[in-house]
Design a protein around this ligand. Structure first.
Ligand SMILES: [Zn+2]
Ligand SMILES: [Zn+2]
Length: 351
């Protein structure tokens, strides 16, 4: 594979610990993350930055642990992951305000489970994002393990789903991908994968199961970031590198269940110049789009929200025929494996 001049790091975003409704301590979870070979973990407990005040934002071995928190509005909707803040915002403020205040503070904001639909468990209502009138967020979860699981949950398959939580992961919903492509046409917006790990405990009679053990979650939906330089060893610099990669949409999402996606590449090329995921390039005739996959898959090229090419293989190079925003989806046995962020190809400037 060509050296495309970037450094890939892999992590899991949206983790709950025992500081809110998760079931393990941050140090234990971090150890599991390091063991799974993850470069970074992003925690977002509900309405608290206590783990930050307690000094958990640091490296645990080789794994960078970043602490943010999950905000919700007065109706329990519009969940928002806020990273990079020193203190929590006042409770009960409008989503427009928390989105703008996270940005004003130099933080990073991600819309959580934007299109959640679930009906099997009245005890667990859904928490969708309803405020699409607001702008100013950096990214949105295109694939949330917890939402995907809840959506495919029916009473009849509950036990099976509890034993095999990764089975539900067919891919992001068409609804959220459509929304993402629509917004991305107007401005870059990162699509990230999230675990929303709580490691829920399921009890029924004598059965007691941890539905989402952290160990399993860390081998499922992962977010890959493309950095200009190797991840720095001090947490403040590492944090900025991670935030910047997400802000610039140098991101792809994978489900580890179908294979390690490390080394996957999607790039535009003009002669010897390479433009990676998240970059913008002016259209011209010599421009090609390229995919290099670590294994054979069904590769779908999506332009402006529509599939324009479907090919089986591990690599392709095709000429770009017109400007647009392009991304790729890779499938293994019809199950979603890799989702890249967009490469933006602009109409050539006049003159
Ligand atoms: Zn939530
Ligand atoms: Zn959550």
């Amino acid at each position: 594979m060509p050296d495309n001049g970037y450094h890939e790091i892999i992590g899991v975003i949206h983790i709950h610990s025992s500081y809110s409704d998760g079931t393990k301590k941050i140090e234990e979870i971090a150890k599991i993350g390091e063991h799974a070979g993850l470069d970074f973990l992003m925690f977002s407990d509900h309405n608290t930055l206590r783990p930050l005040q307690d000094g958990h934002q640091r490296f645990y071995g080789k794994t960078a642990v970043l602490i943010g928190y999950e905000i919700q509005d007065v109706n329990d909707e519009n969940h928002y992951l806020a990273f990079g803040l020193d203190r929590t915002l006042e409770k009960g403020i409008d989503p427009a305000e928390y989105v703008s205040r996270v940005r004003a503070a130099g933080g990073l904001g991600i819309i959580a489970h934007p299109d959640e639909v679930r009906d099997a468990l009245p005890k667990y209502p859904c928490f969708p994002w309803t405020r699409w009138d607001i702008d100013g967020y950096d990214g949105l979860e295109i694939w949330n393990h917890m939402s995907a699981w809840m959506e495919s949950l029916k009473r009849i398959n509950m036990l099976k789903m509890a034993i095999m939580p990764r089975r539900s992961l067919r891919g992001p919903t068409d609804r959220v991908l459509k929304k993402w492509d629509e917004i991305a046409k107007t401005r870059p917006v990162a699509g990230i994968g999230s675990a929303d790990v709580h490691a829920h405990i399921y009890r029924k009679g004598l059965i007691r199961l941890t539905i989402f053990p952290y160990k399993v979650q860390f081998r499922s939906i992962r977010t890959h970031l493309l950095l200009d330089q190797p991840l720095k060893k001090d947490i403040t610099s590492a944090k900025e590198q991670i935030f910047n990669a997400i802000r610039k949409c140098g991101v792809f999402v994978s489900n580890f269940r179908w294979g390690d996606a490390r080394g996957f590449q999607f790039f535009a090329r003009r002669k010897n110049r390479i433009y990676r995921i998240g970059e913008t390039v002016d259209f011209s005739n010599e421009l090609t789009l390229n995919v290099h996959s670590p294994r054979t898959a069904d590769i779908r090229l999506i332009k402006d929200g529509r599939p324009v090419l479907i090919q089986v293989g591990s690599r392709f190079e095709i000429a770009v025929e017109s400007p647009g925003i392009y991304r790729v989806e890779l499938y293994i046995n019809k199950k979603g494996w890799i989702y890249s962020n967009h490469i933006r190809i602009h109409p050539k400037k006049e003159g």
